[in-house]
Design a protein around this ligand. Structure first.
Ligand SMILES: Cc1cc2nc3c(=O)[nH]c(=O)nc-3n(C[C@H](O)[C@H](O)[C@H](O)COP(=O)(O)OP(=O)(O)OC[C@H]3O[C@@H](n4cnc5c(N)ncnc54)[C@H](O)[C@@H]3O)c2cc1C
Length: 293
């Protein structure tokens, strides 16, 4: 469909093609040095994306070009990316790879942080799943994340309620609320004796366990990096781009769109939407500019 639309608009396709350098002369015309020779252009839309997944062609070309034309760059970081932990810290959980459950997950403070209620997935090296990908776009290195393993339950109240009428061990009771394998490892890593029975634990201990279930605090050591990141946080500063046409305030007839720009969306199609919407705006403006030039 895209190809048909482009053909109807007499778009010339040159693919595969690598743009190596871009020059602009005193009249504002561009020359692109490519691996298939030079290309002249009156307007240029930079749509070469961010740094995510170099294996499928990501490059820093847009950022180099932005710098060349005097643009400010907002520091880039992998985002919508799994979080990793120091091997020793993660050792007890690595065997739970594949376990998933719905949680509430939060990081940062009111100003810089965020909270999501989504699925969490344990992996060999750390945490993934939609909840973690979302939170990774806000997480700052060194910061802890907080996980409510029972987002729809007052954990402390539920444990106290379970005290009467059951002789069950705590891990077995937790297995009703979270996946069984996680319940057992979680209990073992919280200095709770495996044989502890809910009925025998003092109210104070049950309240403390409830609070820990509602606010399991972990400090990731890093992320899986651009190798696995779905998007790149940061990029070309939006303050130097027209919000109507995406045209550069530094070089007329130069436009930046999509992932190259410092715009990062949540999971759910917002990044595609941004790339396409900004692409349409820039494409129409660039065509108009070229016609008038
Ligand atoms: C695994 C994965 C899953 C994703 N899932 C979703 C999703 O479900 N929903 C969503 O909204 N977003 C998703 N995204 C993000 C989305 O794909 C991007 O935000 C979007 O594609 C960005 O579009 P873009 O045109 O700016 O850049 P890109 O789509 O990255 O295109 C840039 C192109 O420029 C090429 N290029 C780079 N340098 C040069 C050069 N020097 N010369 C010539 N060509 C060059 C690259 O090879 C690439 O083909 C996902 C991303 C990944 C990696």
């Amino acid at each position: 469909m895209l190809k048909n639309e482009c053909d109807a608009g007499r778009v010339a396709w040159r693919t595969p093609l690598s743009v190596e350098e871009v020059r602009q002369d005193a009249e504002g015309r561009f020359t692109l040095d490519t691996n298939a020779g030079p290309i002249a252009a009156r307007a240029l839309v930079v749509a070469t994306g961010g740094l995510s997944i170099p294996k499928i062609g990501a490059t820093d070309f847009a950022f180099r070009l932005a710098k060349q034309f005097g643009h400010k760059l907002i520091d880039t970081r992998p985002a919508l990316v799994p979080l990793t932990f120091a091997a020793a810290d993660w050792e007890p959980f690595s065997a739970l790879s594949g376990v998933s459950l719905e949680v509430r997950i939060a990081t940062g403070n009111k100003k810089t942080g965020a909270e999501f209620e989504e699925d969490l997935l344990l992996t060999h090296r750390g945490l993934s799943g939609p909840g973690v990908l979302q939170i990774s776009s806000y997480w700052q290195p060194g910061e802890p994340i907080h996980i409510d393993l029972l987002p729809n339950r007052d954990a402390a109240a539920a444990l106290l309620e379970a005290k009467t009428g059951t002789r069950r061990q705590i891990a077995n009771l937790l297995s009703e609320w979270v996946p069984q394998r996680l319940a057992h490892v979680w209990v073992a890593t919280h200095q709770i004796p495996a044989e502890a029975r809910v009925a025998d634990l003092p109210d104070k201990s049950l309240r403390r366990i409830g609070e820990a279930l509602s606010r399991w605090t972990l400090t990731p050591s890093g992320t899986e990096g651009y190798r696995k990141a779905e998007v790149t946080r940061g990029g070309v500063d939006t303050r130097d781009l027209s919000s109507a046409t995406m045209m550069s305030a530094r070089a007329p007839s130069l436009y930046f769109i999509g992932e190259a720009v410092d715009v990062t969306g949540w999971l759910g199609g917002y990044n595609f939407q941004w790339a396409w919407a900004s692409g349409v705006a820039a494409g129409q403006a660039a065509a108009e500019y070229a016609r008038g030039a």
